[in-house]
Design a protein around this ligand. Structure first.
Ligand code: 2AM
Ligand code: CA
Ligand code: CA
Ligand code: CA
Length: 256
């Protein structure tokens, strides 16, 4: 089975499950303060893991809510069954399912589905990126002063996040913080946001978005510069044109 066709169908089905349950009574648990998991995260991951085990029994799986399999081949699925859990718990409509497919250590395909927008973002390495089947590309904004940029906050780094948010608020046309890193990356790929940065994300937050942005003509790197490390997770993603300007602005804010 074609992995991209498989993960797009799967992201759609898991997203439909999330949409169907949105108004049901929620069971919310706190893994840590400000780190929630709901019955919907778990149900979505269970559906995704079952379907992967069925179709790709040898593949490894890395899922946020514990759906981990080691596998015995060179394929791996990286799964966020619900990105934007806090949004979901409050019925704020920006949340999504994010699934990436990796082979021999290379991210080959990514799918992100936002059920309340009914937007399916998909990309295959070397094959371009799409939204609901139509080709997409990053924006052509060439200066931060004309840009709408987005960030996310890891609760552990509020002081630094505040400095960065303040610095970019002064420089950019607009800054947003909307709580779903995977969807934010899809929005960079389709040219809504001109850049996105966040510290300390996990592989399931960024793997699918990484493929999307590269295939949409954008640039993905580490906030500190150099290539992004999926396991380190501090990501700066952009349309390419404003990448260096954002990176310098973040570094200047750190330097005080
Ligand atoms: P989640 O909803 O799948 O947990 C928001 O800034 C982003 O950070 C979301 O993509 C969210 O993913 C993730 N996130 C939420 N809580 C977090 C935490 N405690 N540490 C790191 N990332 C978190
Ligand atoms: Ca989570
Ligand atoms: Ca996430
Ligand atoms: Ca999640």
């Amino acid at each position: 089975m074609d992995p991209l066709a498989f993960i797009t169908a799967l992201a759609r089905d898991a997203g439909a499950l999330l949409r169907d349950r949105l108004n049901d009574p929620r069971r919310i648990e706190q893994k840590q303060p400000q780190d929630l998991v709901t019955d919907a995260d778990r149900a979505s991951e269970a559906l995704i893991v079952e379907r992967i085990r069925d179709a790709f029994p040898r593949a490894a799986i890395l899922g946020e809510e514990g759906g981990a399999y080691r596998g015995d081949g060179d394929e791996r699925f990286i799964v966020d069954p619900l990105d934007g859990t806090t949004n979901y718990a409050h019925r704020y409509p920006l949340f999504c399912v994010s699934i990436a497919y990796e082979r021999a250590g290379v991210l080959e395909a990514g799918a992100i589905y936002a059920p309340l927008l009914d937007e399916l973002y998909a990309a295959r390495k070397g094959g371009g990126a799409t939204r609901n089947g139509e080709p997409i590309c990053v924006s052509t904004i060439g200066a931060v002063a004309n840009a709408m940029v987005c960030t996310g906050f890891n609760p552990a780094r509020y002081a630094r996040n505040g400095r960065h948010f303040g610095a970019l608020s002064n420089l950019a046309q607009a800054v947003r913080r909307d709580g779903s890193a995977a969807l934010d990356l899809a929005f960079v790929a389709t040219g809504i946001y001109d850049a996105f940065w966040e510290f300390d994300l996990k592989p399931w937050d960024i793997a699918a978005g990484w493929v999307l942005i590269e295939e949409a003509g954008g640039r993905v790197g580490a906030i500190a510069g150099g290539p992004l490390d999926l396991d380190e997770g501090s990501i700066l993603a952009s349309n390419g044109a404003i990448h260096d300007e954002i990176q310098s602005a973040l570094a200047r804010a750190d330097a005080g």
